[in-house]
Write a protein that binds this ligand. Structure first.
Ligand code: 1GP
Length: 242
């Protein structure tokens, strides 16, 4: 059953914009789960993503279990590594780093994950993950040992997204990197949006309502925000449900 993906498609076709709150188990205090998730529930967030570039083994599983106790929102794994796959989540972004040329992140990790996913109940969503350059080197670049795509090479970014769609990936995720100084700009988002029919996710460095709106207006179907909530939970007050 493709419940979560189908709901994303349905919401988007109804003109809804989606917001995922990203929780990195490595940077999150598990004792704060109930109070943090209460704020997520009261906000316009539609999804909770869990994952990080480097996470201690078992931390993800434990955290996802806690989060599920306090919310009905879909909890989606956004894993930096195979060890972050947890059966307690609802879905998994099966990320292929199509901006890079490191076979480990194009197919290697996926083969490693296959035994875990063979009999799993997780909804697996193949996702073309495209890292865009940032002023400072991001964790994704360091961990995956890949080069991001340059911001001024919009054609290459667009062609990469198209290739992902032709490979039947179900989502394209444009990533500036967690805590990026500059979010991905209008020109890149709008150009990629014109190229593909599958949903477009945008994340990295978005830390204000204006930044959120700008990504939506450029063509993002879903925005992912992590660091801004980690730094200041009062940001949730600006994103309350009407
Ligand atoms: C990182 O795109 C996500 O993978 C979110 O980035 O932490 O900068 O919001 P931020």
């Amino acid at each position: 059953m493709k419940t979560i993906y189908n709901t994303i498609l349905k919401d988007i076709s109804n003109g809804k914009k989606l917001l995922a709150v990203l929780i990195d188990p490595d940077k999150f205090s598990i004792g704060n789960t109930s109070s943090f998730i209460d704020k997520v529930n009261a906000s316009i967030a539609t999804h909770i993503f869990v994952g990080g570039s480097t996470v201690e083994e078992h931390a993800t599983n434990k955290l996802v279990g806690q989060i599920k106790e306090y919310t009905n929102l879909p909890v989606v794994l956004f894993p930096g590594d195979v060890s972050q796959i947890s059966e307690k989540a609802d879905a998994l972004l099966f990320l292929s780093l199509i901006s890079g040329r490191n076979p480990e992140y194009l197919i290697g990790k996926h083969v490693e994950a296959a035994p875990k996913l063979r009999n799993s109940n997780l909804e697996v969503i193949p996702t073309g993950y495209i890292l865009i350059e940032s002023i400072t080197k991001t964790a994704v670049e360091t961990v995956t040992k890949t080069k991001p795509l340059l911001r001024n090479n919009i054609q290459l970014i667009r062609d990469s997204a198209k290739a992902g769609e032709l490979l039947r990936m179900q989502l394209i995720y444009l990533e500036a990197g967690s805590g990026a100084k500059e979010p991905i700009g209008h020109d890149i988002i709008s150009s990629v949006k014109k190229e593909i029919k599958i949903p477009l996710i945008v994340g990295g460095g978005i830390r204000s309502i204006d930044g959120l709106k700008s990504a939506y207006n450029s063509g993002a179907d879903m925005v992912v925000i992590g660091t801004a909530f980690e730094n200041d939970e009062s940001f949730f007050d600006e994103l309350k449900k009407e």
